[in-house]
Design a protein around this ligand. Structure first.
Ligand code: SF4
Ligand code: SF4
Length: 445
C-alpha cells in the first residue's frame, strides 16, 4: 500500500521494442526529469542506496541542483545501486501514474540497464550468473564439487572467485541440490489426501530455478502441505522466470523465457490447474512484469491470472475450504521477514497470515529490505552496502527474540542471517527458511 493512497499504482507496459527506448539522449533527458523530481521530494531517502547516492551528488554539486550533475558520469552509480526492489514505486511515490508526472523509477532504471546491455556493457559475471538453468544443470550434476568450491569457508576458491569474477568472498552463495526438484519421484509418489478439504483443487507448483536447482526445501514443503490438504499437486519447471536477466536489462531474453514458460503452462491452465510459485520474485515476474513486457500475449496474460504465491494460495485454501486439521503448536514465537518482491505483489502480508494459521502462533512481522537484491548483493562492490541496507531488518528480527525466523525470499533469509551474525549476541538462528517449511513442520510432515 502506498503512503497517502489506498489504490494500487497503475503501471504502463515497458516499451522495450521501440527504438526510442534505447535512444541515449532521450534516456538522459528522462533520467534528468525524474531525478529532479526526486531531488525536490526525497521521500525515498532511506529505501536503498540509489537515492542517497543521487541526493549526495546533487548536494555536493556546484549548483546544489540537478543541473550541477554531469549525466555521463553521475547517473551511472545511481542506476548501478538500484536492485529493482520496486519499493519506491509501490510504497512511496505519489507521482506514479495516473499522476501526470508518471514516475516509475524502477522501470526507468531498468531502461538504463537495457541501454547498457544493448551497448554490450553488462558485466561478464552478471551475464553468466543469469544463466541459472545452464548453471543449475551443470552444477547439480557435480553438486559436491560445486558446493565445495562455492562454500564461504573455502578460502582458496572463494578468494579466486573474488579476484576473477568479483563475487565477494564472504557473501553466502546458494548450494546446489543433488537432484533437481522436478525429478524428485519421491514427492510425485505422495498421494493427495482425497478426504482433505481442498480435494478437487489442482496445483502446478512452479519450482522456480532456485528451488529446482539450489535449495528444494520450500518446494518440498509446499508439495507436502498442498497434498495433505487434498490438492492434486504437480511439480513443473519449464525454465527460469528470467529475473536475473531482467536485472541485467536483457529484456529480449526475459520475453523469450516468458513466451516459453507461458506456453508450457497453458495446457495445465486449460485443465484447471492453478499455478503456484514458491519464490516471490518469480511470482512477481509471472503476475506483473511479464504482462508489462508482453502485453499482447494471451498465454502470458492467462498465466498471470492463474498464478499465486504459495503463501497466498495456502491462505486462499484456508479462507475458502479451511485447512486440513493436524497442525500442532511449534512451541515458540515466529518472526517473518516480508521481502520487497512479496510486498510488490500487492497481496497483503500473506506469509504472516499463513503462519497465524498454526495453532497458538505468535507472529512478528519485519517489513524492511534485506539489502540482498538478487545477485546484486553478492558482488564485492556491493556486499558491504547490502549488509548495511539489511541492518535495520536484521536488528528488527533479533529484537523479536523469536524461536523461529523465516523469510519468504530464499536469498534474503541467508543474507539476513549474515547481517545478524555481524550484529552478534544471542538469538541468531541456524537457518532462516521459507514460512511454508514451518507449516510443514507444524503438520509434522
Ligand atoms: S527500485 Fe528499489 S533499489 Fe531501485 S530505486 Fe527504487 S527503492 Fe531504490
Ligand atoms: S520516487 Fe517518488 S517518492 Fe521517491 S523520491 Fe522520487 S519522487 Fe519522491
Amino acid at each position: 500500500m502506498r503512503e497517502g493512497s489506498l489504490e494500487a499504482p497503475t503501471r504502463h507496459p515497458i516499451d522495450w521494442e521501440n527504438p526510442d527506448f534505447y535512444d541515449e539522449a532521450k534516456l538522459e533527458a528522462e533520467l534528468t526529469r525524474v531525478f529532479d523530481i526526486c531531488h525536490g521530494c526525497r521521500r525515498c531517502f532511506n529505501l536503498c542506496d540509489s537515492f542517497p547516492i543521487l541526493f549526495d551528488l546533487i548536494d555536493e554539486s556546484p549548483t546544489g541542483e540537478i543541473d550541477g550533475l554531469d549525466p555521463h558520469k553521475d547517473y551511472k552509480p545511481v542506476v548501478d545501486a538500484c536492485t529493482l526492489c520496486d519499493m519506491c514505486f509501490m510504497t512511496k511515490c505519489p507521482y506514479v501514474p495516473p499522476h501526470e508526472w508518471a514516475l516509475d523509477v524502477p522501470h526507468l532504471m531498468l531502461r538504463a540497464r537495457a541501454v547498457e546491455h544493448r551497448k554490450g556493457e553488462t558485466r561478464l559475471a552478471d551475464a553468466e550468473l543469469a544463466k541459472t538453468d545452464r548453471n543449475g544443470k551443470l552444477a547439480t550434476f557435480v553438486s559436491p564439487l560445486a558446493n565445495w568450491a562455492t562454500d564461504a569457508d573455502n578460502a582458496l576458491t572463494r578468494t579466486l572467485m573474488e579476484k576473477t569474477v568479483g563475487i565477494d568472498r564472504e557473501a553466502w552463495l546458494p548450494p546446489f541440490a543433488d537432484t533437481p526438484l522436478d525429478r524428485r519421484d519421491d514427492l510425485d509418489r505422495i498421494a493427495a489426501d482425497a478426504a482433505a478439504p481442498a480435494a478437487g483443487r489442482k496445483a502446478a507448483l512452479y519450482a522456480t530455478c532456485f528451488a529446482n536447482w539450489n535449495m528444494p526445501g520450500p518446494g518440498e514443503a509446499a508439495v507436502k502441505v498442498l497434498k495433505a490438504n487434498g490438492v492434486e499437486t504437480r511439480i513443473v519447471y519449464p525454465g527460469c522466470c528470467g529475473m536475473p536477466k531482467l536485472e541485467n536489462g536483457d529484456l529480449a531474453a526475459v520475453a523469450e523465457q516468458a513466451r516459453s514458460v507461458a506456453a508450457a503452462f497453458a495446457p495445465l491452465i486449460d485443465e484447471g490447474f492453478d499455478i503456484v510459485a514458491v519464490t516471490p520474485s518469480c511470482a512477481l515476474m509471472l503476475k506483473f512484469e511479464w504482462p508489462l513486457i508482453l502485453p499482447d500475449d494471451p498465454l502470458v496474460k492467462a498465466l498471470a491470472g492463474a498464478t499465486f504465491d504459495i503463501t497466498e494460495y495456502v491462505v486462499d485454501i484456508a479462507k475458502k475450504e479451511g485447512l486440513a486439521p493436524g497442525m500442532q503448536p511449534l512451541g515458540g514465537d515466529i518472526a517473518i521477514h516480508l521481502p520487497c518482491h512479496s510486498r510488490a505483489q500487492n497481496m497483503g502480508q500473506k506469509g504472516a497470515e499463513m503462519l497465524r494459521l498454526i495453532p497458538e502462533a505468535k507472529v512478528g512481522v519485519v517489513e524492511r529490505c534485506s539489502g540482498h537484491g538478487g545477485k546484486w548483493g553478492m558482488f564485492k562492490a556491493n556486499f558491504a552496502t547490502a549488509l548495511k541496507i539489511g541492518k535495520p531488518a536484521g536488528r528488527a528480527m533479533l529484537k523479536t527474540n523469536a524461536a523461529f525466523m523465516v523469510s519468504e525470499c530464499p536469498l534474503a533469509g541467508p543474507h539476513l542471517k549474515q547481517v545478524m551474525e555481524r550484529e552478534g549476541g544471542e538469538g541468531v538462528p541456524q537457518q532462516v527458511p521459507h514460512p511454508i517449511e514451518l507449516i510443514a513442520k507444524a503438520y509434522g510432515l
